[in-house]
Design a protein around this ligand. Structure first.
Ligand code: AMP
Length: 288
């Protein structure tokens, strides 16, 4: 299928793997890949823009990957709007979109998994068992199917970026992983497809994640180097918001993601997961 030939641009949409491979062969190198779960927002589009700038062609995958969702998570309700997504991607100058189905990605008899060990274990990995196994597996499959020279991920999902980087290095994928900054709403809330779940009051309350990160950053800038003191200020600010329920706050070593105790010396990652109603939001900030 091809949409919009009128502008001279040709966004190709492939679903089946053989269609995808055929379309891939016709794309100029270097190819930049942006993996997504769709319901696109300006965060996704910033990755597309970076890919557009740095490559001869750009491919985007849209796949709500069932294997990275836990049994109690929001796979069934995850927001989807493919026509809108395709329209946005066409305008953004994307060449190829892959929209596989779960049956194409995981056909009957499927039994091969990618497990990235230590870096997958803390933080999101501890709260969402199996999540990064699903992520690493699907991203490895995307890399194999599309053979990009560069792949683009958001700092919004800091641990995911670290897991993918590690996997690409460990499995000798011949590509560069590019991490792009988090795109935020005016009040600081990190853009996320899941923000669509929030009602008006919850949307207002959700700004507390970034506010708490900023307060911890301010404390750090004023000279505080104790990791627990930074966690404490984030905890206090989140607990003061009645609609927010804290799952975890972390001040971890940026490379290993191991929780820091005592004084921070190198680079640290502040991160958190917070429930606003039933919606689970994450955010993070790097302390330089
Ligand atoms: P998702 O569709 O949520 O799986 O996200 C697809 C990619 O977009 C991932 O690499 C995310 O880290 C990235 N992304 C999601 N939200 C943002 C954001 N607000 N700013 C930058 N990148 C983002």
């Amino acid at each position: 299928m091809a949409v919009n030939q009128s502008k001279g641009r040709n966004l190709r949409v492939a679903t089946e793997l053989n269609e995808l491979r055929q379309a891939r062969c016709q794309l100029a190198n270097p190819l930049g890949l942006v993996p997504t779960m769709g319901f696109l927002h300006l965060g996704h589009l910033s990755l597309v823009e970076a890919a557009r700038r740095e490559n001869a062609s750009v491919a985007v995958s849209i796949f709500v990957n069932p294997t990275q969702f836990g049994p109690q998570e929001d796979l069934a309700t995850y927001p989807r709007d493919l026509p809108r997504d395709l329209n946005l991607l066409e305008k953004a100058g994307v060449d190829l979109v892959w929209t596989p189905t779960p049956e194409i990605m995981y056909p009957e008899g499927y039994q091969t998994w990618v497990t990235v060990e230590r870096i997958s274990q803390p933080l999101e990995g501890a709260m969402r068992p199996g999540h990064f196994r699903g992520v690493a597996t699907v991203v490895a499959k995307l890399f194999n199917a599309l053979q990009p020279q560069k792949a683009y991920f958001g700092q919004k999902d800091a641990q995911q970026a670290a897991v993918i980087r590690r996997m690409a290095l460990d499995l000798n994928f011949p590509l560069d992983i590019v991490i792009c900054p988090t795109v935020r709403e005016a009040d600081g809330l990190a853009m996320s497809s899941r923000n669509a779940y929030l009602n008006h009051e919850q949307r207002r309350a959700a700004a507390v994640l970034y506010r708490s990160l900023q307060q911890a950053q301010a404390l750090y800038d004023s000279g505080e180097r104790n990791a627990e003191a930074l966690r404490r200020v984030m905890r206090q600010i989140i607990e003061a918001e009645p609609l927010a329920k804290l799952q975890y706050v972390s001040c971890a070593d940026l490379l290993s993601l191991q929780e820091l105790e005592g004084e921070i010396s190198g680079q640290a990652l502040l991160s958190m997961a917070v429930f606003i109603g039933k919606t689970r939001l994450i955010d993070n900030l790097i302390l330089e």
